[in-house]
Design a protein around this ligand. Structure first.
Ligand code: FMN
Length: 331
C-alpha cells in the first residue's frame, strides 16, 4: 500500500482522515485527532451564502491554523454563483483544499437544495464543482457525497463522475443514502462502485472505528483514503491505532488513566480556544467528556454527570472518581 495519496497538489498520509462534523469536529477536536495521528481534517460545514453575506460565525469556522494542515474548509450551498463567490472569500483563510458538502441530510440544509439534496441532481453537482474550481485556482476542490437520495436512487458513481468531469480532485463517499440518515450500515459496495467509476482519489467513509474496520474499508472498496467521523468520539486514539497497524508497529490501547488525561487535555484545549466564559465553554466540553467515559462499568451514570459539568475543576474530580470506581472493581 502506498504511503501517501495526492489530492491535487496536497500530499496526505494514507492512514485515516477526520470527517467533517458540524457541532463536534471544531478546532479543539481536530487538533486532538491530529495529535493522535489523523492524516487530514475537514472543517465543520460553512454556508456559502452565509459567507457571502459575511455571517459573523464564518471567520471562526473557516480559519485554518498551521497545526491543522493539511485541512479542507467545507462549504455547503446550492447556487453556483454563491459557491464561486464563497470560494473566493474562503481562499483568504488559505485552506489546503476546498470541499463541497453534498451529503448533509438535515432538513434545514436540504430545504435550501443543498447537502444531500444535490444527490437528486447530478448535473447541479457538476455545476457547483465547476463554479468552485473556477474560483479556487490551484487549490484542489473535492466533494463529499452519499450513496444517493434513497434506496431507489443510489447514484453516487454518477454524481462522482459529474464532479470529476467538472474538475474535482477527489470524492469522499459516505455509504448511506439520505433516507438512511445515520441508521443501518454503510454500503461498501457503493464506495467500490465509485472507485471503479472515476480516476480521481476516492475517500471511503462510514462506520469505521478501529484498525480492523479501516482495513476492511481499504480492502473491500479499493478506496484511496479512509475517513472517520463518529468512531473518533472520545477516541482520537483510533488514528494512532490505524497508523500503527498500517506501519506494522505494535499498538497498545490507552489505559483508562491515559484516556482520562487525554479527556482533560481536550477540555483544557476547548476552554483555551473558546472566547466564552469557562462555564459556557464547559457546555461544549460536556458531550466530549461523556464520550471519553463510554464503555466502562457505571458509564451511564457518569455520562449523565458529565452533562452537569460547569468547570474544569469539576471535570478533574469527576475523572478521578471514575478512575477510582474502575480500580475498585478490579480488586
Ligand atoms: C454530528 C455530526 C455532524 C456532521 N456534520 C457534517 C458536516 O458538517 N459535513 C459533512 O460533510 N458531513 C457531516 N457529517 C457526516 C460525517 O462527516 C460522516 O459522513 C458520517 O458521520 C459517516 O461517517 P462515520 O460513520 O465515520 O461517522 C456529520 C456527522 C455527524 C454525526
Amino acid at each position: 500500500m502506498a504511503d501517501y495519496i495526492n489530492i491535487g497538489r496536497v500530499k496526505i498520509r494514507r492512514t485515516a482522515a477526520l470527517a467533517p462534523m458540524a457541532g463536534v469536529a471544531d478546532r479543539a477536536y481536530r487538533l486532538m485527532c491530529i495529535k493522535y495521528g489523523a492524516a487530514y481534517a475537514v472543517s465543520e460545514m460553512v454556508s456559502a451564502k452565509g459567507i457571502c453575506y459575511s455571517d459573523r460565525k464564518t471567520a471562526e469556522l473557516c480559519a485554518v491554523t498551521d497545526e491543522e494542515r493539511p485541512m479542507a474548509v467545507q462549504l455547503f450551498g446550492s447556487e453556483p454563483e454563491f459557491m464561486e463567490k464563497a470560494v473566493n472569500i474562503v481562499l483568504e483563510y488559505k485552506p489546503d483544499i476546498i470541499d463541497i458538502n453534498m451529503g448533509c441530510p438535515v432538513p434545514k440544509v436540504i430545504n435550501t437544495g443543498a447537502g444531500s439534496a444535490i444527490m437528486k441532481n447530478p448535473r447541479l453537482a457538476g455545476e457547483l464543482t465547476a463554479a468552485a474550481v473556477r474560483a479556487a485556482g490551484d487549490v484542489p476542490v473535492t466533494v463529499k457525497i452519499r450513496s444517493g437520495w434513497d434506496i431507489n436512487s443510489v447514484n453516487a458513481a454518477d454524481v462522482a463522475k459529474y464532479a470529476e468531469d467538472a474538475g474535482a480532485a477527489a470524492v469522499a463517499v459516505h455509504g448511506r443514502t439520505r433516507e438512511q440518515f445515520y441508521g443501518g450500515t454503510a454500503d461498501l459496495n457503493v464506495i467500490k462502485a465509485v472507485k471503479n467509476a472515476v480516476r480521481i482519489p476516492v475517500i471511503g467513509n462510514g462506520d469505521v472505528g478501529s484498525a480492523e474496520s479501516c482495513i476492511r474499508m481499504y480492502e473491500e472498496t479499493g478506496c484511496d483514503l479512509v475517513m472517520i467521523g463518529r468512531g473518533s468520539y472520545g477516541n482520537p486514539f483510533v488514528f494512532r491505532e490505524i497508523e500503527a497497524y498500517i506501519g506494522g508497529e505494535e499498538y497498545s490501547p490507552p489505559t483508562l488513566e491515559e484516556k482520562m488525561n487525554v479527556m482533560l487535555e481536550h477540555i483544557r484545549l476547548i476552554l483555551e480556544l473558546s472566547p466564552k466564559t469557562e462555564e459556557l465553554a464547559m457546555h461544549e466540553a460536556r458531550k466530549h467528556a461523556a464520550w471519553y467515559m463510554n464503555g466502562y462499568y457505571g458509564s451511564a451514570k457518569f455520562r449523565g454527570r458529565c452533562y452537569q459539568l460547569n468547570s474544569y475543576a469539576e471535570s478533574e474530580s469527576l475523572a478521578g472518581e471514575f478512575v477510582a470506581l474502575q480500580r475498585s472493581r478490579k480488586k
